[in-house]
Ligand binder design. Structure first.
Ligand code: HEC
Ligand code: HEC
Length: 348
């Protein structure tokens, strides 16, 4: 089955019906709104409309090409791994593993974050080393333990030899195949992977008071209050990204002999040692195991981790401290996190 048919059909329609849709204020997924200087993607309930970079406007042709590339295993050296292998949309955009597995069964050191809603991050990767989706998409193709192509030039030559790609690039970009165009197409497709409209969103932003059960409602109170979670995973008045787009040290993996220093590898600033990007928590019930190293197996374990005050180390965030939650509060937090699963996942 073609998982994205719905999304694309809506996108194609949107070019004809944009004005009508916006006039009606209807929350349609993947509707492109033309703004003064550019475009926005109309977001589902609970997410802000997504700004499209001016230098990579979205078109149905580009999105269709990006989608095709995202699912094409031939983008890897031995035709075994596609973006979707590690970012499976049915698993919330991750791969359900602690750390990812690339060509020839090779394992990396970090877990695959979801591509769904990744377009909202200011920077990409756990350590923020890529400035944009466009900048990110080229990396895995030539990463020896991911898709393993010897060079971008080789990847381009391979695409040129595959039936249909020349025409698709021509239609999307009016030119021949380049790696930059491929990355731009993939990024455009990723900007259609917006997922909101969870029970939490319907309760918080949709006026459906019964959308959350009593335990999840209590969890929301703990999340925003005693637990201090919303300090880093914020909930806004009109929408919630559950990320401050910032980096923090919770001590994850810092008790290893040779810990991953995260953001420090990018900035070389002492304060960034062991700091990682705050993940958005949408669909988090689908993306176990958790944290950048996949070391926490379930949401109960994550809540226990926070309750104990993270893992002590010399760079621990000052916001992280023992919480002394009751067992009911812990269970409520887990129920709340489960209420962030969107009903639109099956559409992708
Ligand atoms: C072998 C598994 C694997 C493959 C294949 C792969 N990725 Fe990833 N992806 C990862 C891992 C692991 C990370 C996190 C790496 C890090 O933070 O250092 C990641 C990070 C990302 C992010 C950043 C998300 C965030 O929250 O910061 C995006 C976007 C992404 N990948 C898209 C893609 C695209 C597009 C492709 C195909 C061109 C792709 N990935 C191929 C494993 C994979
Ligand atoms: C100081 C900022 C901060 C606070 C406070 C905070 N978080 Fe986090 N959260 C993060 C960061 C950063 C990570 C990723 C850490 C890593 O992998 O090293 C994370 C990871 C998570 C994850 C794993 C997500 C995934 O995809 O792997 C969950 C679930 C989570 N937090 C829930 C909570 C809950 C519940 C609370 C409150 C009890 C909370 N957070 C408080 C910053 C914070």
């Amino acid at each position: 089955m073609n998982l994205c048919t719905n999304v694309l059909r809506k996108l194609l329609l949107s070019f004809i019906f944009t004005i009508l849709y916006t006039a009606q204020g209807e929350a349609q997924q993947c509707v492109i709104i033309k703004t003064d200087g550019g475009q926005k993607v109309k977001a589902p309930l609970g997410l802000p409309d997504l700004e499209v970079p001016k230098d990579n406007p979205m078109t149905p042709e580009k999105v269709a090409l990006g989608k095709r590339l995202y699912f094409d295993k031939r983008l890897s050296l031995d035709d075994t791994v596609s973006c979707a292998s590690c970012h499976d949309l049915r698993l919330g955009g991750g791969d359900g593993r602690a750390v990812s597995t690339g060509i020839k069964g090779q394992k990396g050191g970090r877990s695959a974050p979801p591509t769904i809603n990744a377009a909202y991050f200011n920077v990409q990767f756990w350590d923020g080393r890529a400035p944009s989706l466009e900048g990110q998409a080229k990396g895995p193709i030539v990463n020896p333990i991911e898709m393993g192509m010897p060079s971008h030039a080789v990847a381009v030559e391979k695409l040129k030899g595959i039936e249909g790609y020349r025409k698709a690039f021509q239609e999307a970009f009016g030119g021949d195949i380049t790696i930059d165009a491929a990355a731009r197409a993939i990024a455009s497709y990723e900007r259609t992977l917006l997922s909101g409209n969870s029970p939490f969103d319907r309760y918080m932003y949709g006026g459906e008071k019964g959308a959350l059960n009593p335990m999840a409602k209590m969890g929301l109170v703990v999340f925003s209050g005693k637990g201090g979670c919303a300090l880093c995973h914020p909930i806004g008045p009109d929408s919630a990204l559950f990320t401050d787009n910032n980096f923090h040290n919770l001590g994850v993996g810092m008790d290893r002999p040779d810990p991953d220093l995260g953001r420090y590898n990018v900035t070389k600033q002492e304060k960034d040692k062991g700091a990682f990007k705050t993940p958005g928590l949408r669909n988090v019930a689908l993306t176990a195991p958790y944290m950048h190293d996949g070391n926490e197996l379930n949401l109960e374990a994550v809540v226990e981790f926070y309750d104990k005050g993270g893992k002590p180390n010399s760079h621990l965030s000052t916001t992280i401290r023992p919480l002394n939650l009751t067992s009911t509060e812990k269970a409520a937090l887990v129920d709340f996190l489960k209420s962030l699963t969107s009903s639109d996942i099956p559409e992708f």
